[in-house]
Design a protein around this ligand. Structure first.
Ligand SMILES: C[S@@+](CC[C@H](N)C(=O)[O-])C[C@H]1O[C@@H](n2cnc3c(N)ncnc32)[C@H](O)[C@@H]1O
Length: 182
């Protein structure tokens, strides 16, 4: 019973969630990485195997953040995991001025649902102005919306990948520096 009847609330598999992030031409080694909506840190842990200089994860769910902290006890990579609603005014105090790479994996549409479209947009802008590269995963048919939003914030598409389940993994690169935090 325990094996056959276990109900999974988790959507997809870790394999799906990782699909594409290592094949869009982004080199994580030696880079500072912000994982927005980091969940339990499993994706961050896979990135940590490539030895980034640091990983900063943020998620609203405390058990998930605590799991991420536990996982990273076994990693030599410098890390920090914060339990925070991305709509909180504390966000600006927690974020570093700059990150080499910001991971936005299956999270922007959740931000839009939980914060409302206007607030989600302003929070996204505050996050991405600190980034040089963005790796985003968006559901099918949501890719053009994110491309429009991020191009208004100074990013262009560098590479893209479509997963077997149809989600789009897109790597963006900053094409102008005026909006970045100095
Ligand atoms: C679909 S999951 C994606 C998780 C992870 N990025 C991945 O690809 O495996 C969305 C994550 O965003 C988090 N999240 C959603 N809204 C949030 C908010 N307003 N503030 C912080 N985290 C949020 C959820 O708790 C969840 O872990």
């Amino acid at each position: 019973m325990l094996w056959s009847k276990t109900e999974k609330r988790f959507k997809g598999t870790w394999e799906d969630r990782l699909d594409g992030i290592f094949s869009v031409g982004v080199d994580y080694t030696g880079k500072s990485v912000l994982d927005v909506g980091c969940n339990m840190g499993v994706v961050a842990y896979e990135i940590s195997k490539l030895r980034p200089s640091l990983i900063h994860g943020i998620d609203i769910l405390r058990p998930h953040v605590e799991t991420a902290r536990m996982i990273f006890l076994g990693s030599p990579v410098e890390s920090r995991f914060d339990c925070l609603n991305l709509g909180s005014p504390r966000l600006g105090r927690i974020l570093r001025p700059q990150y080499d790479i910001v991971m936005l994996l299956a999270v922007y549409h959740h931000m839009q649902d939980s914060l409302g479209p206007g607030k989600a947009r302003s929070v996204l802008s505050d996050i991405v102005r600190r980034a040089q590269t963005i790796v985003a995963r968006v559901p099918p048919r949501k890719d053009s919306e994110l491309i429009d939003v991020l191009s208004a914030d100074g990013f262009s598409v560098k590479n893209a990948h479509v997963s077997p389940l149809g989600s789009h993994v897109i790597a963006f690169e900053r094409y102008e520096h005026s909006k970045s935090v100095s």
